[in-house]
Design a protein. Structure first.
Length: 206
């Protein structure tokens, strides 16, 4: 008989056995230790927990209610271990073989891709920038296309508004990675958050 614990992960409630909880708790603490900045840590941990929540939901499906140790192991393999990547600041002390090992670990992660509206490069609703990210095409092409359809048939605006309503906005770092077809791993989440903070600093001239 095992003890079951109820946790709130990424806004969702899960039941997890005590062995799995200890493993997951240790994993999350190891990730937190990678960051010095409180703002950066909160942002990354929020995205990591949201992604873990999605993965556990997919893993459990409709068959089981309790997360077990093997489920945590499976999810960690997808997300990556904190030791699998090294900050640029500490990269100088790492051998070339260690770097290549880290890159191999990252490249082996599965990649999913979904269509989202891109809030970071939008002109109106982010539909064209989202389509551009999904199809890897300059969003200007989609903007010109919508303008031409609007001028020619008059339905471009209606189509755009429908897509604006139907396509969800990429609000989390994980969703933005998924929009670009990049693996949702700790390393990529961390890099994306740092790039976002850096862009904010540049725009505010810090």
């Amino acid at each position: 008989m095992k003890t079951t614990i109820t946790i709130n992960l990424g806004g969702r409630v899960f039941h997890i056995d005590d062995d799995a909880y200890e493993m997951l708790h240790t994993y999350l603490i190891a990730i937190e230790k990678q960051f010095i900045s409180d703002d950066e840590r909160k942002e990354v941990m929020s995205d990591v927990e949201a992604r873990l929540s999605e993965l556990f939901t997919e893993t459990l499906g409709q068959k089981r209610d309790v997360i077990m140790k093997e489920d945590v192991t499976k999810v960690i393999e997808i997300m990556g271990e904190p030791k699998d990547f090294i900050d640029e600041e500490s990269a100088n002390g790492t051998s070339d073989s260690g770097k290549s090992s880290s890159k191999k670990t990252t490249s082996s992660k599965t990649t999913t891709k979904r269509l989202f509206r891109d809030p970071d490069n939008r002109v109106l609703g982010g539909v064209c920038s989202g389509l551009g990210a999904y199809f890897r095409i300059d969003p200007v092409i989609f903007r010109i296309l919508f303008v031409l359809i609007s001028l020619g048939m008059g339905s471009g605006i209606i189509i755009y508004l429908i897509l604006w309503i139907v396509i969800p906005e990429a609000t989390t770092t994980a969703q933005k990675l998924e929009m670009r077809g990049e693996p949702i791993t700790i390393e990529n989440i961390k890099k994306a958050v740092r790039e976002e903070f850096e862009n904010v600093r540049k725009n505010m001239k810090f």
